[in-house]
Every structure is written in C-alpha cells, then in structure tokens.
Design a protein around this ligand. Sequence first.
Ligand SMILES: *[C@@H]1O[C@H](CO)[C@@H](O)[C@H](O)[C@H]1NC(C)=O
Ligand SMILES: *[C@@H]1O[C@H](CO)[C@@H](O)[C@H](O)[C@H]1NC(C)=O
Ligand SMILES: *[C@@H]1O[C@H](CO)[C@@H](O)[C@H](O)[C@H]1NC(C)=O
Length: 261
Amino acid sequence: MKPRVINNLLCSFCLAFYCLCHADKFLKSGNHEWKKLIMVHHWPATVCKEIENDCTQPPDYWTIHGLWPDKAEDCNGSWHFNLDEIKDLLPDMKKYWPDVIHPNRSHFWKHEWEKHGTCAAELDTLNSEEKYFGTSLDLFKKLTLSGVLQKLGIKPSLNYYLISDIKDALTGIYGVVPKIQCLPPKQDEEVQTIAQIELCLTRELQLRNCSEPEELRPHGQGDLLAGVGPVLSVCEDGPAFYPPTPKEQAWMSKSRNYSVF
Ligand SMILES: *[C@@H]1O[C@H](CO)[C@@H](O)[C@H](O)[C@H]1NC(C)=O
Ligand SMILES: *[C@@H]1O[C@H](CO)[C@@H](O)[C@H](O)[C@H]1NC(C)=O
Ligand SMILES: *[C@@H]1O[C@H](CO)[C@@H](O)[C@H](O)[C@H]1NC(C)=O
C-alpha cells in the first residue's frame, strides 16, 4: 500500500510540476488570450507627484502611458527594442509619449514595448515596433482626451471634481465607459488624485467598455514608470483632485491671494 501512495504522490507532484513548467512556457510563449487593448493616458502632474520626483515642467496635457493588452505581459523576450525603428515617430513620441520623469530617455519606450508591445504584436495591425507605436499615437490623436476634457469644462483646478461626473461626461462623448485611476490620498491630503484615464478597445481597435458586464470590481493595474512608488487603483466614487501643473498651481494660488485683497 505504502509505496503506491508514495507513487501516487510522486505522480501528482510530477503532474503539478509538469503543469507548472507548461504554464510557464505558456506564459512566455505569447499564446495567451487577451480580449481588449487598454489605451492608458496619464496626467503628468500626478505622475510627478506619484514618484515624488521634482519635475520642473511636466506637460500640461494628457500623455500616453501605453497601449496594453489586458491579459498578457512580456510575450517575447527575444524581441528587443530598437530605437532606430521608430526614428520617424520621434517628434510625436517626445511630445505625446514622453517619459515624464526622465524627459530625455527612451527607456520608458523600451519598457512599454517589451512588456506590452510584444504581446500586442500578436495582431497584424501592431506586429512591429513602428506599427505598435505609430498606431498608439494615431489612436491617442483620434481620442483627443485633453481636448474632450477641456470642452467638457473639466480643467485642472484647486477645487475637487466628483469622479462620477467625469466618468459620465466621458461616457457621453465616447459612448463607452472609461476607467479612471487615482493615486490614493497621502496622510496630509483630503482626497484621491486623478492619475490615469483608460479607454478600451477591441482587437479590431474599436472603442468598447473597459469592464465586462460581469466585472463588478475591476482591479487596479499598477504599471508605474520605473516600477516604484505606490500602486494606483480605480478611483473611489466621490471627490478627486485634478491637479494643475506646479507652474499653474503657483499662478492660481497667487491670483487667489489677489482676489482676497
Ligand atoms: C519573437 O521575436 C523574434 C524577434 O523579432 C521573432 O523572430 C520571433 O518569431 C518571435 N516569436 C514569436 C513567438 O512571436
Ligand atoms: C536631451 O534633450 C536635448 C534637448 O531636447 C537634446 O538636445 C539632447 O540631444 C538630448 N539628449 C539625449 C541623450 O537624448
Ligand atoms: C457599456 O456599459 C454601459 C453602462 O454600464 C451599458 O449600458 C452598455 O450596455 C455597455 N455596452 C456594452 C457593449 O456592453
């Protein structure tokens, strides 16, 4: 009896081990099913705050964080980033997809390509660096998030916004429900800070709701620039701070003082 038990145990162990090895291979092979692409926009003033970096002049418009397949990462370790392949896109990359923390580096693009681009490359429309970054830039320009928010009267402010108001307004424009992510309040703060706005796309690059109907509490997706700092999460319903850039903020507090006198 005994040996048989051990044998069985060993077998289960082997099976488990086999499955594990296979899962690993599966994870790395890029064959996993992903159903949507997430166009992640981030608000540079919050990125600076998140990393506690002393950014002097973050852009005063929303920029690209990345275009992410929802359920896959690091799909092809041998497909290395090559800056030369996106030479033609560099002016747009620097403007709309800057590394807010280290404005002069291309490391951020390398990270996005290796972690997300190599998975997105499963689609013919995104199967090269040039297509991945070029299509992302095109999508970003079509979505014009900064312009849309501006038109809706949602501007960086020292006053707070209600998350539901922003979400409803954006849903009204895009016809799909976005996901808004926040930096949780720090000790001395009253409210969360708006950090990212995600708009989701089908594999055919058509807009779709970010969450599935059955997904009641979508999980936050932390993917910080350098992999450090607090993780963002889906904003709580309620008030949120949409911070002006440091320059604007200085100006706003000054004019506030003026109005007092
Ligand atoms: C991984 O990338 C390499 C280099 O571009 C390519 O030759 C190979 O076909 C890719 N593998 C898969 C599974 O896509
Ligand atoms: C850094 O930026 C400056 C100004 O845009 C540019 O002249 C310089 O070549 C950049 N350096 C690197 C290493 O990219
Ligand atoms: C998207 O979400 C909205 C609000 O929850 C819902 O009314 C609509 O039916 C959804 N659309 C799709 C295609 O699931």
